[in-house]
Design a protein around this ligand. Structure first.
Ligand code: MN
Length: 498
């Protein structure tokens, strides 16, 4: 994966010369203390870089152009310590092609009731300067997040951190390569889409490969590489007896390891960040790559089954957003329902490809027949998802735009044992309830595939959608179906006229 601590967010403070050099000196000192304070907050995953206070058009344009060019800069935080007449921001904001968040804060948390005078008022004018900056950003239709509150407040830092993680995922997507092994599953509609538009909106590139390209890598895997991987499996998982050396399915485990190593090398050589597979097209592969996919997801690769490149790229973005946070992130599919009134749940799973990062316990490594496709039995990891809050996210292509649909869920342990279900799975209650959530999800046209996460929440995903400038709707505790239908209709109108 990537190292977020090497990425930078530049802290840009706006002011003007009206108040004299001494005041500007204080503004600079305050901005440095604020930057330092944010860097000391352990929830901020990148370096916040203090930049000299800007007071004129030239300096603002220059810093924005520098930010554009800097490979490590993922975006800007802007703060108006004093008033900063906003015409001077027009040129810079026009040039800026990195995302920014407007931190609407003030250095002092309290009004110093006894001491306050006009000097203090002039120096601490965020209430006033932030509005002037807000006007020009809105007038220019700049998509940005506005975070309000004292900079030392936990909620403010959390909200900044959320945006920073989304900006990091957006930065990671620029020029990122997604490999498709084969094409889409035949006849499936939702996994299709406009790859040109996707590159324009999200920044990633989707390249297709024939299975033969991958098979060459798989066949070139050495005995020692296979041994190294099978040893790792034995140490890391509860491997079923038949898959161990001497067991009658040991060859299948070796084959799974060979496929994993081949895929790893292929993805590394091409510098790919995400990939898709398709069980209808396995030319030359002896098993559906289930275990390989599970283990590559764990290492941060995005994945979409059946050629679903949009979900693969989304999952990669969610993996980046969740770096270092508690909880895992996986490709997921709404599979089957428990429709008993009062206890309705979704059982999510896939044929094989669920990431062990969401597992509660050590996964067991098993081999079972696969009823779909025409290959020998594939090896897979089997486990239950960790109970607790989670979220499902889907990105679909509506022809004239991308729409992200979000649905927070509550993951529960399975209500009973599932002794005959040979796949990793998650049981959840969607918010606000299954009937409303499924109706809304279906009315929004969201996919049966999703990015599922217990590390990333709706705020990060909304921040990501805003940065990519795509539509985003959420189905949550407050969703009323009639209002949700109106929101979809109004959005339709907005995007048709955009
Ligand atoms: Mn599927």
């Amino acid at each position: 994966m990537i190292d977020l601590s090497k990425k930078e967010v530049w802290f840009i403070t706006g002011s003007q010369h009206l108040y004299g050099e001494e005041a500007l000196q204080t503004v600079a000192e305050d901005a440095q203390k604020l930057t330092q304070g944010l860097n000391e907050a352990d929830k901020i995953p990148v370096q916040i870089k203090y930049k000299p206070v800007v007071t004129n058009r030239g300096a603002i344009r220059e810093i924005c152009q520098e930010a554009n060019k800097n490979e490590d800069c993922i975006g800007l935080i802007t703060w108006m310590h004093t008033f900063s007449p906003a015409k001077m921001w027009i040129g810079g904001l026009r040039a800026l092609n990195k995302p920014f968040v407007h931190l609407h804060t003030q250095f002092n948390i309290e009004i110093p009731w006894q001491e306050i005078d006009m000097d203090f008022m002039n120096l601490n004018q965020s209430a006033h300067g932030g509005r002037e900056f807000g006007f020009i950003a809105s007038r220019m239709e700049k998509k940005r997040k506005v975070v309000v509150g004292h900079w030392q407040e936990n909620e403010v830092q959390e909200s900044l951190a959320s945006w920073i993680r989304a900006a990091a995922a957006h930065h990671d997507a620029q020029g990122a390569r997604v490999a498709r092994f084969g094409d889409n599953m035949r006849g499936v509609a939702v996994t299709e889409g406009d790859k040109v538009e996707a590159e324009m909106k999200f920044g990633y590139v989707v390249d297709a490969f024939g299975l033969g390209d991958l098979v060459e890598y798989v066949e070139a895997v050495s005995e020692s590489e296979i041994k190294k991987l099978t040893d790792e499996y034995e140490q890391r998982y509860k491997v079923e007896e038949t898959l161990l050396p001497g067991g009658d399915k040991y060859q299948s485990l070796r084959e799974a390891a060979r496929i994993e190593m081949g895929m790893r090398k292929f993805l590394k050589d091409g510098d790919f960040k995400a990939f898709t597979t398709n069980f209808e097209n396995l030319h030359g592969l002896k098993q559906l790559p289930g275990l390989a996919v599970q283990r590559l997801m764990k290492d941060g690769y995005g994945f979409g089954a059946e050629g679903d490149w949009k979900t693969a790229a989304l999952l990669r973005a969610m993996k980046v957003m969740g770096i270092g946070l508690k909880g895992g992130t996986s490709f997921m599919e709404d599979y089957t329902y428990h429709l008993v009134p009062g206890e309705m749940r979704v059982l999510g799973a896939h044929m094989l490809e669920v990431c062990e990062s969401i597992s509660e316990d050590t996964p067991s490594m098993e081999i079972h027949p696969l009823d779909i496709g025409d290959r020998p039995d594939p090896v897979r990891l089997v486990f239950d998802a960790t109970p607790g809050p989670g979220i499902n996210a889907s990105v679909i292509d509506l022809g004239d735009r991308f729409r992200m649909v979000l649905n927070p869920v509550k993951v529960e342990p399975p209500h009973k044992d599932l002794p005959k279900l040979p796949v990793a799975r998650a049981l959840w209650k969607p918010l606000p309830d299954l009937k409303t959530a499924a109706r809304a999800w279906i009315l929004a046209g969201a996919a049966h595939h999703s990015g599922f996460s217990q590390a990333v929440d709706d705020e990060k995903l909304k921040d990501f959608a805003r940065i990519a400038d795509i539509e985003c709707v959420i189905i949550d505790q407050d969703t009323e179906i009639e209002d949700f239908k109106k929101e979809l209709r109004w959005n339709q109108l907005y995007y048709k006229n955009k």
